[in-house]
Design a protein around this ligand. Structure first.
Ligand SMILES: [Zn+2]
Length: 655
């Protein structure tokens, strides 16, 4: 899905901001899951990402077969023939999501007979079978229902509302398919799908997959029969119906294979849309080249809609685009990119939404890079840099999920992973991740595992600081130079001045020399205060830090300070501040040279109550935050040990 920027909030009243986490179908499953968890002692903080993997759902939906009679109004009647596999013994009742719709009947199809089933409603639809179902049974049921002006999911607009023809479409992400079809509405249950759409003459009905049949009926209607054999999740199923004009654009691969893109717009928009969409073959080629995976579905398509509360939506093989934004290349490439990241590999839950949206947003940057080289990439990423506004973590966004941390910061996660790994490894990670979870779902831990397996090192720090954590570094850089013999001793001190976590990141230092040559030194910042020294044959005349913009950060303050060179560090432990404190205080200390140090806190009886630092650190000033939430008021001591050096000071906690 593509969000709208503020200037496009013309239809703000249509925004469906809501939280739907209390569906009883989910609660039932989660409770059962948590019971199992406590039995097996597997309780972990990321419950919802392990939930679907460890817990066997009672049923697995194999296929939705919809037959929708759409008179082009705010209501319609439909049948949904659902085939599922039973995954547990001793089930005689199943729960489906079905909101605000009237259920007319439910029957069980077996042995060429149909048998009525009893059903009941709360906020879910419970269907009861006359006998126990067995594990591995494959069951087909048919539900007849009526959709009547639902609040979400299905939208109908008259010609005067669209400014063109009458329009009916669905928009289901994250949990709105349940307003227009009974289903199991979670991203991790993919199925195949067929959809028959019967519409009045003069209307064109577009949907997922391929049009396998088009029938003209005696009653002045036509039936469009769409089908996909590729796994599809409910939030990606859709239809869009209007008096569309369709035009095709072909993408021909170097091998000669052809992929069709089917485009549905209103007649007066055809010339401009043909022009705007002419970039599709180049975008498809770029995605296939960069991701090293061919476009993974049977066709691509786009349909224009308005009014629409978002920029676009990546329904599988039929993206819908807000009609006023048809010329937006960012929008076109974003929804296309979702066909790898979101549709081929779907986020397991919406906690992992950045695996869809961060990837699609980063593909917008890749498109700029394709057009304008590195400058295009740089400019795009800078335009999406908003560390001041990113207060949530990328992982597990609060409902309604579609916040800029998931999009902009999610793209920055990938941009920085590319910087850590280098281009060829980074794109290899995307390829392996894509292949491993093709037509399935993935979570953040699984993406991390793929990245680590290729990077060859743990990426705990990377994911902790950029995906699970919040904030961004504020670098304060001071540098100096001094001639030593016929060389130039150059010192660069990098301090992090932000509150909160300390960031670890590579950083590029660009030196320019008196003879106009330049050099780039890539260093790794690993602590709050780090001093790097270089010996050059030429006199460095200027320094720029991270000038290619690879690091998510606030603007850097950069100073030249002649004295830095001559600064001699000593070992010392400073008095904490504030003191007395509650519950948190800052401790600063200085190391004369790189040292293995320990900084610990002891109570009045000499018992160690906290170890704040226990690792090798560089020479210079260091700072650490001590939080005493779990300690009671009183006098404590903190002690710094660095080789031979040791010093102890007193601090006072007053609660
Ligand atoms: Zn999106």
């Amino acid at each position: 899905m593509k969000r709208l920027t503020l200037s496009f909030l013309l239809f703000a009243s249509l925004f469906s901001i809501k939280a739907q986490q209390s569906e009883s179908i989910q609660l039932e499953e989660r409770e059962a899951f948590l019971r199992r968890q406590s039995l097996t002692n597997l309780l972990r903080p990321t419950v919802h990402s392990v939930f679907s993997r460890l817990y066997t759902r009672p049923i697995d939906i194999l296929k939705y077969d919809l037959d929708i009679n759409l008179p082009m109004s705010s209501s319609f009647t439909a049948k949904n023939r659902i085939t599922f596999r039973v995954q547990r013994d001793s089930i005689n009742r199943i729960a489906l999501n079905a909101n605000q719709m009237t259920i007319q009947s439910a029957v069980w199809e077996r042995n060429a007979q149909t048998e009525p089933l009893t059903f009941s409603r709360t906020d879910s639809l419970y269907i009861t079978f006359p006998q126990w179902l067995r594990q591995e049974d494959t069951i087909t049921i048919v539900i007849q229902y009526q959709v009547n002006s639902p609040s979400y999911g299905y939208y109908y607009y008259t010609p005067s509302q669209t400014g063109f023809g009458a329009l009916a479409y669905t928009m289901s992400e994250p949990f709105d398919a349940r307003y227009w079809m009974p289903c199991f509405d979670e991203p991790y249950d993919k199925a195949t799908m067929e959809m028959k759409l019967t519409v009045p003459q003069g209307f064109v009905a577009a949907s997922n997959g391929l049009l396998i049949n088009l029938t003209t009926n005696p009653n002045n209607t036509r039936t469009y029969h769409w089908k996909t054999d590729y796994p599809i999740t409910t939030y990606l199923m859709c239809f869009a119906v209007s008096n569309y004009q369709k035009f095709d654009i072909y993408y021909v691969r170097p091998s000669g294979d052809t992929l069709v893109t089917e485009n549905y717009v209103w007649a007066s928009d055809v010339p401009s849309a043909q022009q705007s969409f002419s970039v599709l073959p180049a975008m498809l080629a770029m995605c296939e080249n960069r991701f090293q995976i061919l476009y993974p579905f049977e066709k691509y398509g786009q349909a224009a809609v308005r009014p629409f509360a978002y920029g676009g939506m990546e329904h599988q093989t039929l993206s819908i685009l807000q009609r006023n934004l048809l010329s937006s290349q960012n929008l076109i490439v974003h929804e296309l990119a979702h066909h790898w990241w979101g549709n081929m590999v779907t986020c397991e839950t919406f906690a992992d939404l950045w695996l869809n949206e961060g990837f699609a947003t980063y593909t917008e940057a890749l498109w700029r890079e394709q057009l304008q080289g590195f400058t295009g990439l740089y400019n795009y990423m800078q335009s999406r840099l908003r560390p001041n506004q990113w207060t949530n973590a990328v992982y597990n966004p609060p409902p309604p999920y579609f916040i800029d941390e998931v999009y902009g910061k999610g793209a920055w996660v990938l941009h920085q992973l590319r910087f850590w790994c280098g281009d060829s490894l980074f794109f290899q990670i995307l390829k392996v991740y894509g292949e491993q979870f093709k037509y399935s779902t993935a979570n953040t831990a699984q993406f991390k595992a793929v990245a680590e397996s290729l990077y060859g090192e743990a990426l705990d720090d990377f994911f902790q600081q950029w995906v699970y954590g919040t904030g961004a570094p504020r670098f304060n850089v001071t540098w100096s130079r001094a001639s030593v013999g016929n060389q130039w001793q150059t010192t660069v001190r990098v301090q992090q001045t932000q509150a909160g976590q300390t960031f670890k990141t590579p950083l590029e230092l660009f030196f320019q020399f008196q003879n106009s040559t330049t050099t780039v030194e890539r260093v790794r910042v690993l602590s709050r205060d780090t001093v790097f020294t270089f010996t050059f044959n030429e006199r460095p005349t200027s320094l720029e830090v991270d000038k290619n913009g690879w690091v998510l950060r606030f603007p850097i303050t950069l100073d030249y300070n002649e004295k830095l060179q001559h600064q001699r560090y000593q070992y010392r432990l400073l008095q904490n501040y504030p003191n007395p404190f509650n519950p948190s205080t800052t401790i600063e200390y200085e190391l004369a040279k790189p040292s293995s140090i320990e900084l610990s806190v002891y109570d009045a009886l000499g018992r160690k109550v906290a170890t704040l630092v226990n690792e090798p650190q560089s020479a210079g000033m260091h700072r650490v935050q001590f939080s005493a939430e779990n300690l009671s008021s009183g006098v404590y001591f903190y002690k710094l040990t660095a080789g031979e050096f040791s010093e102890t000071r007193k601090l006072m906690l007053i609660k």
